[in-house]
Design a protein. Structure first.
Length: 312
């Protein structure tokens, strides 16, 4: 290995969102730190960070925390280097693009390399205590095994869906991202075959009063950024069981129902020729007109302008 990348740095602590994790987390520490650019998002039990290198100089990294770390490497090609997870043999694979890395909570992870191409990856820090997983599967108790530079299409697709939510101005994307975090937990259990060890209980839908309370709340706060936890608390259910019961009753998850209701309100507002597209977008909770137009077209097949013209 190149002598300039023979040692490893200490771990530095970066603050995660307290309301998401309930405690401060460390993230992967890069050295030198200035060669990395990040974009960050927080959801229930998940901290997402994109990693983009801006220099081909040798670098090192290290991590150990009481949360799981899942990495999707979109581009990773090195002249020299190694990657290590406590409990597994070191890997010196030169081209590790489109590979995944899973570091269970409490395991040491470090590496060093001389990159051939600028590395791009997505790091997901998953708090086993708060992520939106089915309580019956006991995700927080699972003894998940480390995995180094592996492939799994289900995990990859879910990670890319979460990446697409980073920086989103769609007010319904927070609920969707919360649900995707729970899906990640299930996918990780599936890798170890752990999901089959736990017996799942069947639950029906929401009671009448629960349906009314949730729908009334949604209508009253249609333009706000509301989490699944908030809706679940209204009807005294865990977020996971609320999500399952809501889908049982309404045929779709809450974020899709909410998105459709916002677009229905937008249609009514577009009927007023005196309201601009930007004003309508703001009135239904979108901070950017482009995001509103994309959401409107996704659900109706038309742009807001085309829909307004069809009313004439």
């Amino acid at each position: 290995m190149d002598s300039s990348i023979s040692s490893y740095p200490s771990i530095s602590t970066l603050g995660a969102s307290p309301e998401q994790f309930g405690r401060e987390l460390s993230t992967v520490d890069f050295f030198p730190a200035e060669i990395v650019r990040h974009r960050t998002a927080h959801w229930r039990g998940v901290l997402a960070k994109t990693v983009q290198l801006i220099s081909r100089e040798p670098f090192e990294y290290s991590f150990k925390e009481q949360c799981h770390l899942l990495i999707a490497v979109e581009q990773g090609v090195r002249y020299d280097g190694e990657t290590f997870i406590e409990g597994l043999p070191r890997s010196t694979l030169r081209n590790y693009s489109h590979k995944l890395v899973f570091v269970p909570a409490g395991r040491q992870f470090f590496g060093a390399q001389k990159p051939r191409l600028l590395t791009r990856s997505i790091c997901l820090y998953i708090d086993p205590q708060t992520v939106l997983a089915d309580p019956d599967l006991r995700f927080a108790e699972a003894d998940l095994q480390p995995r180094l530079l592996f492939e799994d299409s289900g995990l990859w697709e879910t990670i890319l869906k979460l990446k697409a939510r980073i920086g989103s101005t769609d007010p319904g994307d927070r609920m969707y991202a919360d649900a995707l975090g729970g899906l990640l937990a299930h996918e990780l259990l599936r890798l170890d075959g752990a999901a089959a060890r736990w017996r799942r209980t069947h639950r029906g839908g929401l009671a009448g009063w629960q349906q009314k309370r949730v729908i009334d709340f949604m209508e009253e706060h249609l333009t706000e950024d509301i989490s699944l936890s908030t809706l679940a608390d209204l009807v005294r259910l865990s977020p996971y069981h609320f999500l399952r019961c809501f889908k049982h009753d309404f045929g779709e998850p809450p974020h899709r129902y909410w998105a459709a209701r916002r677009i229905e309100r937008a249609k009514a507002l577009l009927a007023n020729p005196g309201a601009s597209i930007a004003e309508v977008a703001s009135d239904v909770g979108f901070s950017a007109t482009s995001a509103f137009s994309a959401a409107f077209r996704r659900l109706t097949g038309q742009t807001p302008t085309d829909y307004r013209c069809s009313l004439e």
